[in-house]
Design a protein around this ligand. Structure first.
Ligand SMILES: Nc1ncnc2c1ncn2[C@@H]1O[C@H](COP(=O)(O)OP(=O)(O)OP(=O)(O)O)[C@@H](O)[C@H]1O
Length: 409
C-alpha cells in the first residue's frame, strides 16, 4: 500500500508514494479502492480518504492507494506547456465549483504558472473561498501561492451597464424616438424596440451576465499587461446559466449586428438633419464600443470551442440528481462542440470506520451514484477526478492547496 505525502514546507513538492508527511491539523487514513471503478476511468493515484483528528495538532497525513498501472498524470498534462490555457469549471449549484476552481488556480500557481482566476458567477464566492477581499471588478493579487495568482470578480451590474449605455441612442431612446417620429422615421426606432434590448438588460436571461463577464475578461486579456498569465481558470455560474451562455454569443452577435445597422441609419439621418439646422453631431463612439463588444462575443464563442486552449471541467457530487444534471450538461457541451475531458466528483464520503448508520447509508448512496457515472453514456468516457468530503471548511490558500493536491493529480 502506497502513501501519498504532502508537505506544508514544500508546496511545490509532487506527491510521493513512499512516505507520510505531516502537514496541518487533520489526519487522513487510507481505505481500499472500490474495485468497481476501472483504472481507465479513475484518475491516476486516486485518493481514498477518511478524515479523523490527529493528536499532532498541526499536522495532516494523506495516504492513498495507487494502482501500479497508473502512470500518466492528468495534472502533468494540464500543467505542461507555457501556451495560455483556459479552464472553465461548471456544474450544479453548490457542488463545489468555486472550491475546485480556486484550488486548481492555486495548484497552477504553485507549479510555476502565473495564473488568473475569474468568477463569472453573479453570486461570487471567490473572496470567501480565498478568505481575502477580491471584490471590485479588477485584478486583485492573491496572497500565498509561489507564482503570481490574481483573482477577478466581474461585477455583472457594472458590465451590463456598460453594455446598456453602448446600446442606447444618443440622449436616450425616447428622445430619439420623438425626434425620429417628427421626421417620419419612427419605424426604424420601433424596429430597434423589437429587439427588446431594454427588456433583455432589465431582466437579463441566465447566461447574459456570463457572456458579458467573459467578454469583459477577454477585453482585459487583450491588454499587454495581462500577457503574463499562462493559465486562466473560470469559476462559472451554475449549469442553467452555462447552457444559456453557450447560445448567447450567437444571439447577441446577431442582435448587436442589427442594432449597429439601425444605429447607422438613424445616426446618418439625424446628423444630416442636425447639420441642416447647424447643430453639431457630438455622438460618442457608442457604435464603436458596440462593435467591439460584438467582436468580443465572437471571440467568446471561438474560445469555448477551441480544443487546443480550452477545457470545460464538469464538477459534480455523487448524488443521482447531480449526476443526471452533469450528464445533461455534458451532452449539451458536446452538442455545442465545447471540449470536455474531465469530471470532478466532489465530496465523496470515506467508508465508515465507525458504526455511524447515517454515514454508511449515505456512502452506499454515493457508491450507487458513482456506478451511475460509470454506466452513463455521456459521463463514462470522461476522466474521473475524485475529491473527498473533508471535515473542515475549505477556506484560504493553505486549505485550497491541500484540496488541490488531492483533486488535481
Ligand atoms: N470536498 C469538500 N469537502 C468539504 N467541504 C467542501 C468540499 N467542497 C466544497 N465544500 C464546501 O461546500 C460549500 C460550497 O462550495 P462552493 O462554494 O465551492 O460550491 P459552488 O458550487 O461554487 O457553489 P455555488 O453554486 O453556490 O457558487 C463551501 O462551504 C465549501 O467550503
Amino acid at each position: 500500500m502506497a502513501t501519498l505525502s504532502l508537505s506544508s514546507s514544500s508546496p511545490l513538492c509532487k506527491p510521493k508514494f513512499s512516505s507520510t508527511t505531516l502537514v496541518s491539523g487533520i489526519d487522513f487514513i487510507p481505505f481500499s479502492p472500490r474495485p468497481s471503478l476501472s483504472s481507465s476511468t479513475i484518475s491516476p493515484a486516486t485518493v481514498y480518504l477518511s478524515v479523523k483528528q490527529n493528536r499532532h495538532r498541526n499536522s495532516l497525513q494523506v495516504k492513498s492507494v495507487a494502482s501500479p498501472t497508473e502512470t500518466v498524470s492528468e495534472f502533468d498534462e494540464m500543467v505542461s506547456g507555457t501556451k495560455r490555457k483556459y479552464y472553465m469549471l461548471g456544474g450544479k449549484g453548490g457542488v463545489g465549483k468555486t472550491s475546485c476552481a480556486a484550488s486548481l488556480a492555486v495548484r497552477f500557481a504553485n507549479n510555476g504558472h502565473p495564473t488568473l482566476v475569474v468568477s463569472t458567477d453573479p453570486a461570487h464566492s471567490l473572496s470567501d473561498s480565498f478568505a481575502q477581499d477580491l471584490t471590485g471588478g479588477m485584478l486583485v493579487p492573491v496572497e500565498g501561492p509561489d507564482s503570481p495568482l490574481f483573482a477577478l470578480e466581474i461585477n455583472p451590474e457594472k458590465a451590463r451597464e456598460e453594455f446598456r449605455s453602448a446600446s442606447q441612442m444618443n440622449g436616450g431612446t425616447t428622445e430619439v424616438k420623438d425626434f425620429m417620429d417628427g421626421m417620419g422615421l419612427g419605424m426604424l426606432v420601433e424596429q430597434l424596440g423589437e429587439l427588446k434590448l431594454g427588456e433583455l438588460l432589465d431582466t437579463p436571461p441566465p447566461g447574459l451576465d456570463e457572456a458579458i463577464a467573459i467578454s469583459k475578461v477577454i477585453q482585459f486579456l487583450e491588454s499587454p499587461e495581462y500577457n503574463m498569465f499562462t493559465r486562466i481558470v473560470f469559476d462559472t455560474a451554475p449549469t442553467g446559466h452555462t447552457l444559456r451562455l453557450l447560445s448567447l454569443p450567437d444571439f447577441l452577435d446577431a442582435s448587436i449586428g442589427k442594432i449597429l445597422k439601425l444605429r447607422q441609419k438613424i445616426t446618418s439621418a439625424t446628423s444630416a438633419i442636425k447639420s441642416v439646422f447647424g447643430k453639431e453631431d457630438n455622438q460618442p463612439d457608442a457604435a464603436e464600443k458596440l462593435e467591439r463588444l460584438r467582436e468580443r462575443m465572437v471571440k467568446v464563442r471561438e474560445l469555448f470551442r477551441d480544443t487546443e486552449s480550452t477545457e470545460f471541467v464538469i464538477v459534480t457530487i455523487p448524488t443521482v440528481m447531480a449526476v443526471s444534471e452533469s450528464s445533461r450538461l455534458s451532452a449539451s457541451l458536446k452538442k455545442e462542440s465545447v471540449p470536455v475531458k474531465r469530471l470532478v466528483v466532489n465530496q465523496i464520503l470515506p467508508p465508515s470506520s465507525s458504526d455511524c448508520k447515517f454515514c454508511s447509508i449515505k456512502r452506499k448512496d454515493q457508491m450507487r451514484a458513482l456506478d451511475m457515472i460509470r454506466e452513463d453514456s455521456e459521463l463514462s468516457g470522461l476522466t474521473l477526478m475524485e475529491a473527498p468530503l473533508v471535515d473542515m471548511e475549505i477556506r484560504g490558500v493553505p486549505a485550497l492547496r491541500f484540496l488541490g493536491d488531492i483533486i488535481w493529480k
